[in-house]
Design a protein around this ligand. Structure first.
Ligand SMILES: Cc1cc2nc3c(=O)[nH]c(=O)nc-3n(C[C@@H](O)[C@@H](O)[C@H](O)COP(=O)(O)OP(=O)(O)OC[C@H]3O[C@@H](n4cnc5c(N)ncnc54)[C@H](O)[C@@H]3O)c2cc1C
Length: 360
């Protein structure tokens, strides 16, 4: 059985950056990746563009290549992660899916799909929270002749030209898909509760530049400003605000409430017949492999600032770990520094058990 101080599960931005920080502190680790580095981004639909510009897609030490004010494609992001791992010599074992994580006394036992087992003092879960598309139960009312897709769709060309398309969900993904299809299909976008749609630029500067400058994105989750953001949940929609989408010919309706046959019914008595329905209704965690039930609930991992109830188990890359930017590239360095310090502290206390003795 292989031994290391820390096992990182997942080689996305969170896992790779955490590994880089452990490297700098001289802590032994291994990153386990189910597919290949960057593959999650290469799997996204081909014309997808990130909603943050390149200046906010790079990690410390390796700027994102290309025009800093332009928006990278998903493929560029995948390539960037590979370049990051290569530049900082991040030790990654690809094609190594973790199928079980248990704890025996003070060590975690990580089991891989191929049957290999690793023993470790600490684990960072960096598997991402955008793994399994969340499809509402109303989808079962649609008849078999309606093509149903979700946010993991590989290409917008899967949608036949001239189809009647309903995109359900008006986050950044749903809006981008609706806009991308508007010129070749008859598109209806079903929105959820009303949210702020900030413009892409203000006074010629990127909206994320302003939000970063005034500190809103990294404001602690318990601060007043963060609470307002959590309540309003504004969508960074770039050019795909309601006005522009309407100009492109997209019909905008309210929440989808039911489906029957080929028809989707929305609030306020509206409906649309569809050949294709694209569910862009968010994602959920995949936690079947975690055999520590006190660390999960129906919303995913139980954690506070990335620290779970199980000593030695940490999480990165989740919504609102510490702030709004936690799930974005730009919010990762702050969260990762905090979690890596906690890993280091955990390893020190587990090496020196006397530190656990409470002095009278
Ligand atoms: C459609 C979309 C658009 C986005 N646009 C932006 C944007 O414009 N700007 C921005 O900053 N952020 C954006 N994000 C948020 C994105 O940055 C985060 O979701 C990010 O991917 C989180 O990084 P991560 O490393 O934590 O997880 P992921 O990138 O999801 O990486 C997790 C890794 O873990 C691996 N893995 C999963 N399960 C296992 C297992 N059991 N064993 C081994 N390996 C496993 C996966 O294969 C994957 O490589 C977007 C997200 C989505 C979904």
């Amino acid at each position: 059985m292989l031994n290391s101080d820390c096992v990182i599960i997942g080689a996305g931005q969170s896992g790779l950056y955490a590994a880089h920080l452990l490297n700098k502190r001289g802590i032994s680790y291994i990153v386990l990746e189910r597919e290949q580095i960057g593959q999650v981004w290469h799997n996204r639909w081909k014309s997808m563009r990130l909603f943050t510009s390149r200046q906010f897609c790079g990690l410390p030490g390796l700027p994102f290549p290309g025009d800093p004010n332009g928006f990278p494609t998903a493929n560029e992001m995948g390539d960037y992660l590979k370049a990051f791992a290569h530049t900082f010599k991040v030790s990654t074992r690809e094609n190594s899916e973790v199928v079980s994580l248990t704890k025996e006394q003070d060590r975690f036992i990580v089991t891989l799909k191929d049957g290999d087992r690793l023993s470790t003092k600490s684990v960072i879960n960096a598997t991402g929270s955008n793994q399994v598309p969340h499809i509402p139960s109303i989808s079962t009312g649609l008849s078999d002749d309606v093509l149903q897709l979700d946010g993991t769709l590989q290409s917008l060309t899967l949608v036949p030209e001239g189809s009647r398309v309903v995109v359900v969900g008006d986050g950044a993904t749903g809006r981008q898909i609706a806009g991308g299809l508007a010129s070749v299909c008859k598109v209806t976008l079903s929105t959820g509760k009303s949210r702020g749609l900030p413009p892409g630029t203000i006074l010629g500067k990127d909206i994320f530049w302003w939000l970063n400058k005034i500190g809103i994105l990294v404001a602690d989750k318990r601060s007043v400003v963060a609470k307002i953001l959590q309540r309003r949940n504004p969508v960074p929609c770039g050019n795909f605000n309601n006005r522009n989408l309407k100009k492109m010919g997209v019909r905008i309706v309210g929440k989808a409430q039911d489906c029957s046959g080929q028809t989707v019914f929305f609030e306020q008595g509206e409906s649309a017949d569809a050949d294709v329905v694209i569910w862009s209704t968010g994602y959920r965690d995949h936690t079947d492999w975690l055999k520590l039930p006190h660390c999960i609930n129906e919303a995913g991992f139980i954690e506070e600032y990335g620290i779970t109830p199980e000593p030695g188990l940490f999480v990165l890359g989740r919504k609102w770990l510490s702030c709004r930017a936690s799930e974005l590239v730009m919010g990762l360095p702050k969260d990762a520094e905090y979690v890596i310090s906690a890993v280091e502290k955990h390893l020190k206390t587990s090496i020196n058990p006397e530190k656990l003795v409470v002095k009278k």
